[in-house]
Design a protein around this ligand. Structure first.
Ligand code: PLP
Length: 399
């Protein structure tokens, strides 16, 4: 027997976490590295959430296990929040609280997939999705969109990728890594197509509140209500409330699926940390003012980074309408000579940039689409400006 199972040995470790670890190590050595790798807001968790967590810690009632599916009050608040924010009406029994959005992703696949079931995966995709699908025994089938369509796939592309084995479409809008936000009409077309072919939809709405300009977040089961019985909505407090480390996410879905996923959770982790659930309750039951302030700050940086990236020769950057990422193409720079090297793909170019400019970006390889970089703009504006200037200066040497 091999020491490590084939299932786990077959996983690619998270590239975004790897970039982040490199940045942390270089910073610890005293290097002036600027990191665009981290997918987390740089704001503190709001005060009222901290206060609720502190009070929760002091109350012995919160020192034990909670119900596996989550605190009843939290499930109720999440149902109310879902109606408030996306107009989707659900019962508290349709909510399962998970250890972050990441576990929501994995549990959703584990609950729906049998070995060999295919999942249509829209690329560029968040790096965890394909690994999560494979872990659950499923087969990711990539459907790719590029910058020429603003990274939006069409129903024709989905139909071309559909087979007898297609069980699930994984949908993510606003998107990590592209920041693309699907317009209502396209969501409607996709939802109707899924309904017609008996396909399930898992829709990851973790960036729901981070939309800019005229973009609006539309929840698929609201746009196409007949899909409500075959849709799982994934979400979490990490991005909206700057609570990445608190590890609270959730799945919303039909009762039978939530019941099955809860049964799995009773063995998987028992429950999400009691105190974290109390903190999440304060976050989702609270007002959205803080969220709107963060969004306004992100918006300023978004405009800045897009305009700066667009000025770099060879860099093509569509304007992202959501999340906190820019996803420019760097294809025109590849194969050119920079400081005696000739990076042939975005992985090599990202490596060169880290060594020569001390700036960390995540190469498109991590998202299923080589030839691109993901820049997270969840960092201070002065660092953002300095970082993009360094990248621009280095890439301008390409010949
Ligand atoms: N979904 C998407 C699209 C994400 O980008 C992330 C985080 O990067 C998550 C889910 C999971 O977030 P968390 O596990 O921190 O709640």
């Amino acid at each position: 027997h091999p020491r490590i199972s084939a299932r786990i040995a077959g996983i690619t470790p998270s590239a975004t976490l790897a970039v982040d670890a490199k940045v942390k190590a270089l910073k610890a050595e005293g290097r002036p590295v600027i990191g665009f790798g981290a997918g987390q807001p740089d704001f503190p968790t709001p005060d009222y959430v901290l206060e609720a967590a502190i009070a929760a810690v002091r109350d012995r009632a919160n020192h034990g296990y909670t119900a596996a599916a989550g605190l009843p009050e939290l499930r109720e608040a999440l149902a109310a929040k879902t109606l408030r924010d996306s107009g989707f009406s659900v019962e508290p029994s349709q909510v399962l609280v998970t250890n972050g959005g990441k576990q929501a992703v994995y549990s959703a696949f584990a609950t729906l997939l049998d070995p060999g079931d295919e999942v249509l995966l829209l690329a560029p995709y968040w790096t965890t999705y394909p690994e999560s699908i494979k872990l659950a025994g499923g087969v990711p089938v990539q459907v790719t969109a590029d910058e020429t369509t603003g990274y939006l796939v069409t129903v024709e592309q989905l139909e071309a990728a559909r087979t007898e084995r297609t069980k699930v479409l994984l949908f993510n809008s606003p998107s990590n890594p592209t920041g693309a936000v699907y317009p209502r009409e396209l969501i409607e077309e996709i939802g109707k197509w899924a309904y017609e072919h008996g396909i399930w939809v898992i829709t990851d709405e973790i960036y729901e509140h981070l939309v800019y300009d005229d973009a609006v977040n539309h929840s698929l089961p609201v746009v196409v209500p007949e899909m409500a019985d075959r849709t799982l909505v994934l979400n979490g407090v990490a991005k909206t409330y700057s609570m990445t480390g608190w590890r609270v996410g959730w799945i919303i879905g039909p009762q039978d699926v939530i019941k099955a996923a809860t049964s799995y959770q009773t063995h998987l982790c028992g429950n999400v940390a009691n105190v974290s659930q109390r903190a999440a309750l304060a976050a989702v039951a609270g007002p959205l003012d803080v969220v709107h302030e963060m969004r306004a700050a992100f918006d300023v940086r978004r405009k800045k980074i897009v305009s700066m990236l667009s000025e770099i020769p060879g860099v093509e950057c569509p304007t992202p309408k959501g999340a906190f990422y820019a996803y420019p193409s760097v294809k025109a720079v590849l194969g050119k000579e920079i400081r005696g090297e000739r990076p042939s793909d975005s992985l090599e170019l990202a490596d060169l940039i880290l060594r020569e400019a001390e700036v960390a970006v995540v190469p498109g390889e991590a998202f299923g689409t080589p030839g691109y970089f993901r820049f997270s703009y969840a960092l201070a504006e002065k660092d953002l400006i300095e970082g993009v200037n360094r990248v621009g200066a280095l890439l301008s040497e390409a010949k």
